[in-house]
Design a protein around this ligand. Structure first.
Ligand SMILES: [Mn+2]
Length: 328
C-alpha cells in the first residue's frame, strides 16, 4: 500500500523495518541534500539498519567538512550489489526520481522524503511536506518519531541543511518552525559558527579572483535597475578558474541599492554563453530564461545561449530590460 503524508509516522516504520538502505538525492547536491542524507544514515544505523549513500555528483567543496561527508560515494552508476543486497531506496530532496541521475532505483520500494511542492509522490511511502523549510527539518522530526537521539554530528548536519536552505534564515521559508527546529538542533549539539565557517569561509582562491574579474565588467543599465556582469574566456584564464568558481558572484551585484535584476554572462568555451539570472522584487527571470530555452525559479534562473558573447549579451540584456518594463 502506498502512503503519502506530512507526518513522519509511516516513514519511521518503513525505515526501521529495512535491512539495508540505499540513500540518494538530486543531481548537484546542496546542503539540504547532503546534510539530510548524512543524518538519515545515522538514524538508520542507530536503528540497526545498514545505510549506503550514493550520489551521482560530487559533494560541493564547502560541504565536504560535514561530519561523515567522506562516506558519500559518488558514482555514475548504482553499486554492483544493487538491488540484491538492499531492500529500500531512500530518496532525499529529489522532486522527480529522474533527478537522482540514476536509472533502476525503482527495482526496490522507495521511501521518498522531500519538501518540493511538485513532488508527484513516486515512492511507496512518501513523506512530503511542502510547508517544511528544509528536508533537514523533516529528518529532525523523523528522529523524534523513531525515538532516536541524534548525535551532535547529526544535529550539525541537519542544521547545515536548514541554514543553507533558508539562506542563513533570511529567506521567506525562515519561519517560526525553522527557528524552533534550529533551536532544538543547537540544544542537541549543532555548532552554528562551525557550519557558517565551513559553508561560507571555504572559497577557492580562483573563485575570488574570478569575482574580481567579473565585477570589473559591471554595467548598470535600465535606470539603475539592471546590473550586468561578464566573465569571458580571458577572465577565466587570468583567474585560473573553472565553471565551479562562479557560484556566489552573481549575488554581489544584486545587493546594490536599486538593482532589481542581475545577469551574469559566463563564457569558458567558444561560442557558448552560460547565463545566470537573479532578481528581487516582482520581475520573473524564469520567464526570460525560458524564452532562451532555460528554466529555474522566478528569482533565480539560468540558460545557455550559443553565439558571440557581445551579441548574446545585448540580446539577453534587452530581454531582461523589457521584463523590467524599461530598456537597456
Ligand atoms: Mn531543500
Amino acid at each position: 500500500m502506498t502512503t503519502t503524508s506530512t507526518d513522519p509516522h509511516d516513514a519511521a516504520i518503513k525505515l526501521s523495518e529495512a535491512y539495508r538502505i540505499l540513500l540518494t538525492c538530486h543531481r548537484n547536491p546542496d546542503g539540504d541534500a547532503i546534510g539530510s542524507e548524512l543524518a538519515i544514515a545515522e538514524l538508520a544505523e542507530k536503528s540497526g539498519v545498514k545505510a549506503v549513500i550514493v550520489n551521482r555528483d560530487e559533494t560541493p567543496a564547502n560541504l565536504r567538512m560535514l561530519p561523515g561527508a567522506d562516506r558519500v560515494v559518488v558514482s555514475n552508476e548504482l553499486p554492483e550489489d544493487f538491488p540484491e543486497k538492499y531492500d529500500l531506496v531512500v530518496t532525499v530532496e529529489c522532486p522527480q526520481i529522474e533527478r537522482s541521475g540514476f536509472e533502476g532505483l525503482t527495482q526496490l520500494p522507495i521511501l521518498n522524503i522531500d519538501h518540493h511542492p511538485d513532488n508527484p509522490a513516486y515512492g511507496v511511502v512518501n513523506y512530503l511536506d511542502d510547508q517544511s523549510p528544509a528536508v533537514g527539518e523533516m529528518v529532525w522530526r523523523l528522529f523524534g518519531e523513531v525515538g532516536v537521539l541524534p548525535s551532535p554530528e547529526a544535529a550539525t548536519n541537519m542544521f547545515t541543511a536548514l541554514s543553507t536552505d533558508t539562506g542563513d534564515f533570511r529567506y521567506s521559508n525562515a519561519t517560526g518552525r525553522a527557528f524552533r527546529a534550529a533551536a532544538e538542533m543547537v540544544d542537541a549539539g549543532a555548532q552554528p559558527p562551525q557550519v557558517a565557517n565551513w559553508v561560507h569561509n571555504n572559497r577557492s582562491l580562483a573563485s575570488v579572483r574570478l569575482l574580481g574579474e567579473s565585477l570589473r565588467t559591471l554595467r548598470i543599465v535600465c535606470d539603475g535597475r539592471l546590473a550586468l556582469i561578464t566573465a569571458d574566456q580571458e577572465a577565466f584564464q587570468r583567474a585560473e578558474a573553472g565553471p565551479e568558481d562562479t557560484e556566489e558572484t552573481v549575488n554581489i551585484p544584486r545587493s546594490i541599492a536599486g538593482v532589481e535584476a542581475v545577469v551574469y554572462f559566463k563564457q569558458w568555451e567558444p561560442e557558448v554563453v552560460r547565463i545566470s539570472l537573479r532578481a528581487r522584487g516582482s520581475v520573473d527571470v524564469r520567464k526570460v530564461a525560458a524564452s532562451f530555452g532555460g528554466g529555474g525559479h522566478p528569482n533565480a534562473a539560468g540558460c545557455t545561449v550559443k553565439g558571440k558573447l557581445t551579441e548574446v549579451e545585448e540580446m539577453v540584456a534587452a530581454a531582461v530590460a523589457e521584463a523590467l518594463g524599461g530598456s537597456v
